[in-house]
Design a protein around this ligand. Structure first.
Ligand SMILES: Cc1cc2nc3c(=O)[nH]c(=O)nc-3n(C[C@H](O)[C@H](O)[C@H](O)COP(=O)(O)O)c2cc1C
Ligand code: SF4
Length: 688
């Protein structure tokens, strides 16, 4: 008997029955090959189907050549050439008992006219600029609208032929059909503009065509926006109305929801700054409006108890846990089999998934190196070692923990030593900054893996050459991480190795502030060479502790790396609201007691900030490689991984831990060549 009876009860949607209420909503992955969803996608989706999910929805596929995208390698739904790979995809999912729908979409004006190999014209309801790309589209003429309707229908036909159990018409995220619906984009005065019914007309025509061409015995659903989150634009009342009108048309089998658009897309794919389940209450309003139609909810849900409550209280009929299952493909089976302690939790940092999409890179996952690399690192690819030895792992940060867990799982005897009294390394610093509580799952999940695989963990134990001699392991993995740089070096001033005055006692590092190892004064200058969430985090901590903060950034915008991970808006809102002062494109020439001398990067103008009590260097860490250097040459088998090789992001630490745990060292074993995961015939190197 499961603890989650609602979650594991079947649901009828149109003519199909889904085995449980756990699904993944559409998520584009940028793995298309020859414009079709590739073998990489087959392996990814099959792993989630095998892992117990009931329903999967492909990333959005475009229905017409005028739908360019803002990123490469999106699948095209209108090409019969894709049928072969679609058959492989749908068969693989069906083989494991799950169902799969394909989401069809036209990006409309929220794309770029030069994203494809050729140059095109964007189509939109009106000549309104894209808030994301700043480009002006052509306002669609009637024949354009009819053409898209026809191509959408053609795409639906092919989708059905490809073996999909249904299709989802995308009317959200401010793509074309949502653009027609929303007053933010639709300024038309013909029968496709003005009144609510007029603005919904295009979507209804598409749905009708899809139903006509897909057939009555095939699932057709919609994804609608709960709200634009902009006063005066669409809100939840409109969402209820859309759902009711579409239900009354009798053409749809389900309503899936999401929210926001390119003005504020972070509100659809929220980072960890907001609580789990952030769209559930709005979904409940739609569900109440269409009680007889299956309604799916979504939004930072990863806790099975929360999902169960949503279903039990009738707020939705199906719970999407999309990123939760990017992070853990076996989520559903683990929950069903009371193995929740084995879950790998999504931390909603958005670095590995959507953050990479917005950088034009294929998705993966910070906490799950196997995501998108299933053929190399997915479930079932970890093989036991044929030569078990005794490993010593030095350092209990994410890289060391991951390596130790994987080595032990493969049958090695592993001891992990950590200097501090707790595991986690720099994760513990991240946890001291606001909005990052979810990152605690990294340590908790890795600790659980260490326990499960019998790693001998020794806290408060510094790894030294002496200790290594004493323990005499067969092999040593150095994962000693990084230490903060105290030089104030910035590559905008590359000939100055040490910023004058950086050695003063009122100059602190980010770590000093977060660990509260040194006092901080009232007036603080943060020198941000980093541009990351780290710098933002320490700045917010300082503001929260009551300091007056002026941030001097060498970057042309505040914390630029947080744009793609979608936490920028939260950070700006909070930090500016708390009184942050800042200047961009400036850097420090030197610090003289309480004065910070500055220069502008472009004009070379000089300025100074006086009466500064404390200067904080957000200039990034440097590799802590002392142990590695001490051991190298003394021991035959010494490896190093993570930040002690070169300081990088969390994703890298965990990824390198995975590689190291599998003992993949040679270039042939380590590096994945472009197309290797996408091509059916590619040889995948999995070490025995
Ligand atoms: C990498 C990535 C790609 C996405 N692509 C799509 C997409 O193609 N179509 C869509 O409707 N939503 C897309 N989304 C939004 C998700 O469907 C979902 O609404 C969002 O991730 C919030 O749900 P979650 O917190 O369960 O992940 C994407 C999300 C991610 C993380
Ligand atoms: S990359 Fe981060 S946000 Fe995305 S699925 Fe993985 S853990 Fe979640």
């Amino acid at each position: 008997m499961t603890a989650y009876p609602h979650l594991f009860s079947p649901l009828e949607i149109g003519n199909v029955t889904v085995r449980n209420r756990i699904m993944q909503t559409a998520h584009v992955k940028l793995w298309a090959y020859d414009a079709a969803d590739s073998e990489r996608n087959v392996a990814y989706q099959a792993a989630r189907a095998k892992g117990g999910a009931g329903l999967l929805i492909t990333g959005n596929r475009v229905v017409h050549p005028t739908s360019t995208t803002g990123f490469p390698r999106v699948a095209w739904a209108y090409r019969p050439e894709a049928l072969e790979s679609d058959h492989r995809l749908t068969s693989a999912v069906h083989e494991h008992g799950a169902l799969i729908f394909a989401q069809l979409n036209h990006f409309g004006l929220n794309a770029t006219s030069d994203s494809a190999d050729d140059l095109r014209v964007l189509w939109g309801p009106s000549a309104v600029k894209s808030p994301a790309y700043g480009e002006t589209p052509k306002a669609m003429e009637h024949e354009d609208i009819h053409e898209v309707v026809e191509w959408w229908g053609r795409s639906a036909e092919l989708t059905r032929e490809g073996g999909f159990d249904g299709t989802e018409v995308h009317i959200s995220h401010s793509y074309l059909l949502h653009q027609f619906l929303s007053p933010l984009y639709n300024k038309r005065e013909d029968e496709y503009g003005g009144s609510f019914e007029n603005r919904l007309r295009f979507a209804r025509e598409v749905i009708q065509e899809v139903r006509a061409r897909g057939g009555d015995d095939w699932v057709v659903g919609v994804r609608i926006s709960l709200t634009d989150f902009i006063p005066g634009a669409l809100d939840v009342e409109d969402a209820v109305r859309v759902a009711q009108l579409l239900e009354a048309d009798g053409q749809i089998d389900y309503v899936n929801v999401t929210a926001a658009g390119y003005h504020n897309i972070f509100r659809a794919i929220e980072p960890a700054d907001v609580p789990d389940g952030y769209l559930v209450e709005l979904t409940a309003r739609v569900k109440a409006g269409v009680p007889d139609v299956p309604v799916f909810t979504v939004g930072g849900i990863k806790d099975p108890a929360m999902a169960e409550e949503i279903l039990a209280s009738g707020k939705a009929d199906m719970v999407a846990m999309t990123r939760a299952q990017i992070a853990d493909p076996e989520f559903a089976n683990k929950v069903r089999d009371a193995r929740e302690g084995e879950l790998v939790h999504c931390i909603r940092g958005n670095q590995g998934c959507i953050g990479r999409v917005f950088r034009g890179l294929p998705i993966t996952c910070t906490v799950n190196p196997g995501a998108g690399r299933e053929r190399r690192f997915g479930p079932g690819t970890l093989l036991p070692t044929d030569r078990p030895v005794r490993w010593l792992v030095a350092g209990g940060g994410p890289a060391g923990m991951k390596a130790a867990a994987v080595l032990a799982e493969r049958g090695h005897r592993v001891t992990l030593v950590e200097r501090e009294d707790e595991l986690g390394g720099q994760v513990n610093l991240i946890l001291r900054t606001p909005g990052r509580d979810e990152f605690g799952w990294i340590t908790r999940d890795l600790e659980a893996q260490l326990r499960r695989h019998g790693v001998d963990v020794r806290l408060g134990t510094e790894a030294t050459s002496e200790l290594v001699h004493e323990l005499a392991p067969d092999a040593v993995m150095v994962a000693t991480g990084a230490v903060p740089s105290r030089t104030g070096f910035s590559s905008v001033n590359p000939l100055v190795d040490q910023l004058p005055g950086a050695d003063q006692d009122n100059v602190l590092t980010v770590w000093d502030v977060l660990l509260e190892t040194r006092p901080v004064g009232r007036r603080v200058v943060v020198l941000d060479d980093d541009g990351t969430r780290y710098a933002a985090g320490v700045t917010e901590v300082l503001l929260d502790r009551g300091s007056e903060v002026e941030l001097v950034s060498r970057w042309p915008m505040l914390f630029p790396t947080t744009a793609t991970t979608l936490d920028m808006a939260h950070l700006y809102g909070r930090l500016l609201g708390k009184g942050l002062q800042y200047r961009l494109n400036w850097w420090a020439a030197g610090i003289e007691r309480n004065r910070v001398a500055l220069f502008n990067l472009y004009t070379a103008a000089q300025d100074a900030i006086d009466d500064v009590d404390t200067v904080v260097l957000a200039t990034g860490p440097t590799a802590n490689d002392a142990l590695y250097r001490a051991l190298k040459g003394q021991f035959a088998n010494v490896r190093r991984i993570g930040d002690c090789v070169a300081p990088r992001k969390l994703d890298h630490a965990i990824y390198e831990g995975e590689l190291a745990g599998r003992e993949l060292w040679s270039p042939e074993e380590r590096y994945i060549y472009e197309g290797e995961l996408e091509r059916v015939e590619a040889q995948i190197t999995v070490k025995a």
